[in-house]
Ligand binder design. Sequence first.
Ligand SMILES: Cc1cc2nc3c(=O)[nH]c(=O)nc-3n(C[C@H](O)[C@H](O)[C@H](O)COP(=O)(O)OP(=O)(O)OC[C@H]3O[C@@H](n4cnc5c(N)ncnc54)[C@H](O)[C@@H]3O)c2cc1C
Length: 424
Amino acid sequence: MAESTHAEPIDVAIVGGGAAGLATAIFAARSAPGLSIVILDGARKLGAKILVSGGGRCNVTNRSVTARDFHGGSPHVIKRVLAAFPVDRTVSFFGEIGVELHEEEHGKLFPDTNQARTVLDSLMNEASRRGVHILPEHRVTGIAPSDAGFRIVTDSATLRARRVVLATGGRSLPKTGSDGGGYALATALGHTLVSLTPALVPLVLSGEFHVPLSGISQDVEVAVRVENSNPVRIRGAMLWTHFGVSGPSVLDASRHWHRARLDGRAVEVTASFLPGEDFPAIERGLLASSVGPESRGVAQSKSTVRKTLSHMLPARVADAVLGQLDIEGTIPLSHLPRDHRRKLAHSLIRWRLPVSDSRGYRYAEVTAGGVRLTEVDVSTLASRQCPDLFLVGEILDVDGRLGGFNFQWAWSTAHVAASAISRT
Ligand SMILES: Cc1cc2nc3c(=O)[nH]c(=O)nc-3n(C[C@H](O)[C@H](O)[C@H](O)COP(=O)(O)OP(=O)(O)OC[C@H]3O[C@@H](n4cnc5c(N)ncnc54)[C@H](O)[C@@H]3O)c2cc1C
């Protein structure tokens, strides 16, 4: 195995050149231009995850980011990190490297080009302009403290570095290179992990109800009910698929299902097909031949159950619901027996989604769990377990909801660590 070509140890070796690793290198090189900075990445080409992000458009951040948009470690720590490099600085930074951002629904910020490639190329160009040395196809297999800092073993070379930044991401979408290998590096250096689960991942349903509905999207409120906790409610689009359900509301709900299962707690996932409405209102609406304040309805006294329902839900979902409940759809609504009406109203707001699993890390956008936030210094993201080690991005026990929050965590953690590195 070749020893590093550097006679002197590298000042900063960054393991992982995804969003957090690239940003750490750039911020450190900007603040301390004299530092020698190397990024080691196992992938042949860097940034695969940036390229697939946001449907190929890269949702870089969000207009409004608070600690409430995240799960995992202490909200206090998350808040401090976000405050150190907030959204307006992210927007300025991207402007400086030639990526103008625009806002879309729910505050999501995308590049004006609508291409993730713009984000990746601009980060790569800036890193190279600042003299950052990038070594792809250098998968790190071991890091050991040594006299001069660390000895880093990759599958093609051994290097020495004064400081190491672990930016290896999580386990989601392993084909991009983020296969969880970084957790073993962190634990070998003295860290412990909060157990890992996929998050922002589609859910697999048992039974056949969902199969004929594949391709239909509807506005719902997903509720995740975990024993001894208040339900978590998430409103948004839900997409029926051949395996179960996906779409923003389901992706955001998925981590709660996984964490409950991890903890061995009973969990039920339901969807309200009429978000914002409750049982009495729906029952009243069915009775009065109109539903809700805006009266979605048709004059329903003569209308059939099916026709009424198909004004409230996608028609194929309405048919499937009636079929499952064994309610005759062709009879006039006014002939619907009371117990059927009540069963229907109840089901519309609490439709059970029989979740058997999720699609796993291969389809997850992020990993929940990771290196404990209590094991890093909040003001520097330096390891408390191992001197001169820093941790940034998704490897830490923080996962954001959909909407650009996970990248904001990458940018903010990168800035905090880089600022500390450039001061020392
Ligand atoms: C399909 C998809 C869409 C997404 N869309 C968005 C979005 O639009 N907005 C948003 O905010 N978030 C999005 N995310 C989440 C976001 O991409 C991640 O949270 C973010 O990329 C994490 O950054 P990171 O740098 O910590 O890790 P990563 O981006 O995962 O980078 C880790 C890097 O480390 C390298 N590596 C790992 N182990 C080793 C090793 N042992 N040696 C050397 N190199 C190693 C990997 O090759 C990789 O390049 C999306 C995720 C996915 C999967």
